[in-house]
Design a binder for this molecule. Structure first.
Ligand SMILES: *[C@@H]1O[C@H](CO)[C@@H](O)[C@H](O)[C@H]1NC(C)=O
Ligand SMILES: *[C@@H]1O[C@H](CO)[C@@H](O)[C@H](O)[C@H]1NC(C)=O
Length: 433
């Protein structure tokens, strides 16, 4: 799986344990409805990941962070010093002296469900995260300023906790994303999204719009949630805790049921491709093979870009060339008949460098994902996907992700102007333009 990154977290190993009570009360601050928009760069193929540029520190420096709704912790490669840093676009982040201590609730949440024991209240908070593709990061939690620009132009600088990763590993032959770290957008307390909502900066809502042609947008806050046309489904919390789990679904291909039901579905933007568990994958491949019989398309076993590829009489230029050959794949959720996640060909096929159409839904059993069905970047193409942690629901709607949302300007997020601490909370600065 050269071109895939899977960030679904399997374990978090507790190393140390945590007390600094947050000295703010969030409830009465949560009155803003403003949002923050980031330009997203990347594609599913050939790059294999999407990232945003986030400015961190004072003065701020830019870092490229891989979007990941499958994990909570945001971390950057860090000069603490760095014992093992991977090739990256920027120099490792130099940590401020503001460490998160072992007693901080954020530290405890990073280690959940294990409990941590602190030897001393001032111990640093160590972390280790391991992703399903066996990549990992080890480091300590620090805090620093994140200058962010609201869509109305105003700038806020919240102080957020994140990981300073000094030891990163990837499993060969994985090609790690060429980024400085990971932007964890999961539903845990350590997520910067949760921190922003605690500080009253934005609502605990994140949305992404990834274009099949590459690039797109990422939104914090609920200002860009379309007022109609969104299919909503509750986030299930009974299973696969800490992930955006949507409950179980039945698989349909080209309007016909596969007979495979009860598939647990997780949304994870940190996964390049979509993974179906053994039985669903088998049914999918056989139904697609059946559907294309008699059409001008043949197996291209010689193309190793992905496990299943098809060739035409001449090379394909884009997924548009095969749109009338391949039918939609639908996940129909058990909770409600009307909740259906439809994947058109651009949400499950890529055109390889040889001009073949390759299936971007992979065998999850081969990737050790067991029964989980992971919906990854490819299947989010040309849709806005909204993770609403306030209302505990996930929504999706067709969208043109190439188009800039209707805002004046991305402005100058690394603004260095004068900033003043908020009256109710010193961990957030308000700046004048
Ligand atoms: C922009 O929105 C933020 C958050 O809602 C608010 O605090 C700020 O005053 C607004 N700025 C302007 C110029 O309206
Ligand atoms: C999926 O992977 C499993 C585990 O490697 C394997 O046993 C199974 O045959 C694969 N399914 C298909 C349809 O290739």
């Amino acid at each position: 799986m050269h071109y895939s990154t899977i960030s679904f977290i399997i374990i978090i190993i507790p190393l140390l344990t945590a007390l600094i009570q947050p000295c703010y009360s969030a409830a009465n601050l949560r009155s803003f409805s403003s949002s923050i928009v980031f330009q997203v760069t990347g594609n599913v193929y050939p790059q294999g990941y999407y990232y945003v540029t986030v400015n961190i520190g004072n003065p701020p420096k830019p870092y490229w962070l891989d979007l990941d709704t499958g994990s909570d912790l945001t971390w950057l490669q860090c000069d603490a010093p760095c014992t093992k840093c991977l090739p990256a676009p920027h120099k490792p982040y130099k940590p401020s002296k503001d460490l998160v201590t072992c007693m901080d609730p954020l530290c405890a949440s990073m280690h959940w469900p294990e409990t941590i024991t602190c030897n001393s209240p001032n111990d640093q908070c160590d972390y280790e995260v391991q992703y399903a593709d066996h990549a990992s990061s080890v480091g300590l939690l620090v805090t620093d300023w994140f200058p962010l620009q609201y869509t109305n132009g105003s700038i806020v600088k919240p102080r957020l906790a994140f990981g300073c990763g000094y030891d990163q590993e990837v499993q060969a032959p994985m090609d790690p994303p060429y980024t400085d770290g990971i932007l964890g957008l999961g539903l845990g307390k350590a997520s910067i999204l949760h921190q922003l909502s605690e500080l009253g900066v934005t609502r605990n809502v994140v949305a992404h719009c990834l274009s099949a042609q590459g690039d797109g947008h990422l939104f914090f806050g609920d200002e860009f949630v379309p007022s109609s046309g969104v299919i909503w489904t509750p986030i299930s919390t009974t299973q696969i805790e800490k992930h955006y789990y949507l409950g179980t679904a039945e698989l349909y291909v080209g309007g016909k049921t596969s007979g495979v039901k009860g598939l647990p579905i997780v949304f994870d933007s940190g996964s390049t491709y979509t993974y179906f568990s053994g039985e669903a994958y088998k049914a999918l491949v056989s139904m697609l093979m059946n559907d294309i019989k008699g059409k001008q398309i043949y197996n291209a076993n010689e193309d190793k870009s992905l496990p299943v590829c098809w060739k035409g009489s001449k090379p394909f230029k884009s997924v548009q060339d095969v749109k009338n050959i391949f039918k939609p794949i639908v996940l129909s959720f058990a909770k409600s008949k009307n909740v259906r996640f439809q994947m058109d060909p651009e949400a499950y096929l890529i055109i390889s460098k040889y001009g073949n159409a390759c299936l971007g839904i992979l065998n999850g059993s081969e990737a050790d994902l067991e029964s989980v069905n992971l919906i990854g970047d490819i299947s989010f193409h040309d849709k806005i996907i909204i993770y609403d942690n306030e209302k505990q629901q996930i929504g999706w709607a067709p969208a043109n992700c190439n188009k800039l949302p209707n805002i004046n300007d991305y402005g100058d997020p690394d603004h260095r102007g004068r900033c003043k601490p908020g009256r109710s909370n010193p961990d957030i600065l308000y700046c004048v333009a």
